[in-house]
Design a protein. Structure first.
Lengths: 340, 558
């Protein structure tokens, strides 16, 4: 099997398989502060909130166990409170109260469109942010607080964070090759989008995760799992899900892909990306096509060395290229060891 | 050798290389990836000589394998004035240079240099970690400490002992046989020190832990990242909670780290200097009060490590062995047990060593007249302070055997006396012995020796050898010498005593088969009781001698 050990080493190299103690401590302190201070601030604004009614929901890659190493650690923990949203129709206000509850100098707190973000810095460099989506539970229905602090676009959007967690955990848990493929695809995304910082330019992780689940091809043989083949087949299947239009010269003039959330609000995960700029989707498609080509070449070339060079173009330099077989053969014949 | 192609010509075949200056045919300065290098060709007369490459006037480069020290050339010579740093492109003795031609040597070293300079960050991290100790030890001021661990996977407290310039850190539950030794005046050699507490912390994830190297020396921040990583848990949750619970009240703390998953285990240590000697948790002492560190060079001296480093099977480690008989054969078996991982030995023998046996007794040199069990104990314990030997200056009897059976993991008989062995065999059978028993004996003449492995839950025992098909007792049926051969090989000393003639080669090969057999037993590769015949020609496993159905000892067993 080609590049089995290289993929194993690569996975070990990029993988974060547990939350660090450091992160746990920061998260727990933050959670305690929310529970202790948020009700008081709400009370000042005549909104009743009991400490015991605040629920924290673990979310994101740490929850599905698909975290990879990154420049900034990204942790998602949702805050759910009971709230009458007809009386409190402006979610921006509630998000501001949440921000107020946790705004102390050790972290810098800001309001993002879908969440409140607590960012941590060391030597003026951000190394961690904990994103806190805020959910209101009203009459058995759950709503996500959307809207930036001063934006006139805001809403309480129906949501089902537990349902989403259950759906993804059920798909991924117990399927280690799928978990690895998701991590590889996320790593690929980090590589090809490393210079992107415009809103919605980058395909969202949750979208890639769902596409990977939908298109996953398990590849295994007597020698074990063949991650190279599985990755190539899965990414190729994602590529084939795109709807593309070419002009007469054969250039792509439009590309589109969608994936609906399996839970309320059942919206398309890629909607924002599509609505922001038509070029974003074309770029996404083109970059994916390049990756598929490189992986296909990796499968087709004979030598491990050449194959790994193609894979490295997709997954980055953490994927180590083994020496050329010819080199290994000549020096290996002339190697020796001392027996002390 | 035909040397028509010069270094210059070889270098010019590379697109990325520009030749700056040719000093002699064998010494050339060239530019590669914006850096200047000096290559010195291998000596043409010496086949084993290799080419060498130096980085010229470059302080900033901190690739792995670029040696840390400069060679200064400040006088006018053939070479330009400046600083030269050697680049270590070959592991010691890893390539047989003599098999390469002059030309191949040049091409090989240039290829290696290009590979080194094209390394990705991940490859560099691997190389730095592979050579971790080289960098670590270069960064310490040769301050050595010796470490004795019983295990290297769990957090543990260490005790500090000093003797002149030697310092030992010993895992709390290890007993070292020499730690209470006194000098001739009766003073303790090793002093226990309590002014610095010491701990062992295993690193379970070594990613991003690079050794100190040029422009990257270690500070307290490196230690903080190890115990409280941001993105990576370098230590286990268990270790973390131990750090959070352990209370420390000394101002300085020694921390010994171990990294695994490398070809060899890597150990290194730091002294964390705290701002005061206040009582706090170990975690807080390091994370909150730690202000500075001092690097120490660590040598692991423990028995576990010394076994592992030579590839001994861990299966033998921590096993306690009862060795019955410290004669010639026993004296060769005992040290091999110790050298193969068994550090707990119990020996029974009442004999004293005589001159006539000293040529085939393992430590015969100056031990004549002393008890054999005691001499063995003395030498084995000097082998390593974690070796413990219980010496009994008497022969094993039935009562002692019954007692020992409670404490040991295997029994080896090297006594050769049939009556005694038949007696013990019966007793072991009666006591339902649950541990493997090895009967090892030599025939006279130095030709044949035998090993009988008995698991008393199975058919076949020592008495089977002395039982015929009719259930009658006969002489040892495993014997391969003829009657005449045996008689010829007995030397009589004139007063009724006898001595069989044999030298050490039979002892060595018997011990060697015994070691392999013990290993097979513990690995579960031997399922039935077996007899082994050993000669200088071959090792064979006759299957027609045991078990014997009519054996009065094991014959009735299921
Ligand atoms: Zn080196
Ligand atoms: Zn028997």
């Amino acid at each position: 099997m080609k590049l089995k050990k290289e993929f194993e080493d690569f996975y070990k190299c990029i993988r974060i398989d547990s939350e660090t103690q450091n992160l746990i401590d920061k998260r727990e302190i933050l959670e305690d502060e929310i529970k202790n201070k948020f009700p008081n601030i709400m009370e000042k604004h005549d909104i009743e909130l009991n400490k015991s009614d605040i629920r924290m929901i673990d979310q994101g890659s740490y929850k599905y166990n698909t975290t990879i190493k990154s420049k900034v650690v990204d942790r998602d923990v949702a805050v759910m409170i009971p709230l009458d949203i007809s009386k409190n129709s402006d979610p921006r206000k509630i998000k501001k109260y949440l921000k107020e509850a946790i705004n102390i100098p050790v972290r810098s707190v800001s309001i993002k469109e879908p969440c409140v973000r607590a960012a941590y810095y060391e030597k003026e460099v951000e190394w961690l942010h904990i994103d806190l989506p805020l959910y209101a539970k009203d009459n058995g229905t759950i709503y996500l607080a959307r809207g930036k602090e001063n934006s006139d676009k805001y809403s309480w959007e129906e949501a089902d964070p537990d349902g989403l967690n259950d759906d993804l955990c059920e798909k991924i848990n117990g399927n280690n090759q799928l978990r690895r493929i998701i991590c590889y695809i996320k790593k690929w995304k980090n590589e090809v989008y490393s210079n992107s910082n415009r809103d919605h330019e980058v395909p969202p992780s949750i979208g890639l995760t769902y596409l990977a689940c939908d298109c996953f091809f398990k590849q295994t043989s007597e020698e074990g799992d063949d991650d190279l083949l599985a990755l190539q087949k899965t990414m190729n299947a994602i590529k084939n899900k795109f709807f593309c239009i070419n002009n007469i010269e054969g250039e792509i003039t439009s590309a589109d892909i969608s994936r609906e959330l399996p839970v309320p609000p059942y919206t398309d995960i890629f909607k924002k990306m599509r609505d922001s700029s038509s070029s974003y989707m074309i770029t996404f498609y083109k970059r994916l096509s390049i990756a598929v080509n490189n992986l296909t070449n990796a499968i087709n070339v004979e030598s491990e060395h050449d194959a790994a060079e193609y894979v490295q173009k997709v997954l980055g330099t953490e994927f180590v290229v083994p020496e050329k077989e010819a080199v290994v053969a000549t020096t290996q014949n002339k190697k020796e060891h001392s027996f002390g | 050798m035909d040397n028509k192609i010069t270094i210059r010509e070889l270098l010019e075949t590379y697109d990325s290389i520009i030749v700056n200056q040719v000093y002699t045919e064998d010494i050339v300065m060239f530019k590669l990836f914006e850096k200047d290098f000096l290559i010195i060709g291998p000596l043409k007369k010496d086949l084993s000589s290799k080419a060498q490459i130096y980085l010229y006037n470059d302080e900033g480069t901190d690739y792995p394998h670029v040696v840390l020290k400069d060679i200064d050339i400040n006088k006018e010579s053939m070479l330009p004035i400046g600083k030269y740093r050697g680049i270590c492109l070959y592991e010691h003795e890893s390539v047989i240079q003599s098999l390469f031609s002059y030309e191949e040597k040049i091409i090989d070293i240039i290829d290696r240099l290009i590979k080194l300079l094209s390394m990705t960050k991940t490859e560099q991290e691997r190389e730095f970690q592979r050579e971790f100790l080289y960098y670590w030890n270069s960064a310490t001021d040769l301050q050595n400490i010796d470490i004795y661990l019983k295990q290297d996977i769990k957090f543990t407290k260490l005790e500090k002992y000093c003797r002149k310039k030697t310092t030992r850190y010993v895992e709390s539950n290890i007993e070292l046989t020499d730690i209470n030794n006194c000098d001739t005046r009766g003073n303790r050699i090793w002093q226990r020190h309590i002014e610095t507490e010491a701990f062992f912390i295993p690193i379970i994830d070594k990613r991003e832990i690079l050794p100190p190297y040029r422009n990257h020396s270690w500070t307290i921040e490196n230690i903080k990242e190890i115990i409280y990583g941001k993105q990576i848990n370098h230590i286990s949750a268990d270790t973390y909670f131990q750090l959070k619970n352990k209370i420390v009240s000394t101002q300085n703390i020694i921390i010994v780290f171990a990294m695994r998953e490398l070809k060899t285990k890597v150990c290194f240590a730091v002294m964390v200097k705290c701002k005061n000697g206040k009582k706090r948790t170990l975690f807080d002492k390091i994370y909150k009060d730690g202000i500075d560190i001092v690097l120490f060079n660590v040598e692991r001296k423990d028995y576990l490590y010394l076994n592992e480093i030579i590839g001994n099977d861990s299966i033998f480690y921590n096993k306690k062995v009862l060795l019955v008989g410290g004669g010639s054969l026993g004296s060769y078996v005992a040290p091999e047990l110790v050298e193969n991982g068994a550090s707990n030995i119990v020996i029974y023998d009442e004999d004293k060593l005589e001159d006539e046996n000293k040529m085939r007794w393992r430590f015969g040199g100056w031990s004549v007249g002393l008890n054999k069990a005691e001499i063995l104990g003395f030498f084995l314990e000097r082998f390593h302070p974690q070796v413990h030997v219980e010496c009994h200056k008497n022969n094993l009897d039935e009562a002692s055997l019954e007692l020992e059976l409670q404490n040991v993991d295997l029994i080896i008989f090297t006594i050769g006396n049939s009556d005694e062995q038949l007696k013990f065999n019966r007793l072991l059978n009666k006591l339902n012995c649950k541990i493997p028993v090895f009967f090892v004996w030599l025939e006279a003449g130095g030709m044949y020796s035998h090993i009988l492995v008995v698991n008393y839950k199975k058919q076949g025992c020592f008495e089977c050898l002395y039982t015929n098909k009719d259930g009658k007792l006969v002489n040892n049926r495993a014997t391969l010498n003829t009657e005449i051969q045996t008689e010829n090989n007995i030397l009589r000393n004139g007063c009724g005593g006898t001595r069989a003639a044999y030298g050490t080669s039979i002892l060595l090969r018997t011990v060697s088969v015994l070691l392999n057999t013990i290993q097979k037993i513990f690995l579960g590769n031997i399922k039935e009781n077996i007899l082994i015949d050993i000669s200088s020609e071959m090792v064979s496993y006759p299957d027609d001698i045991i078990p014997m159905k009519g054996c009065n000892c094991c014959g009735n067993r299921k």
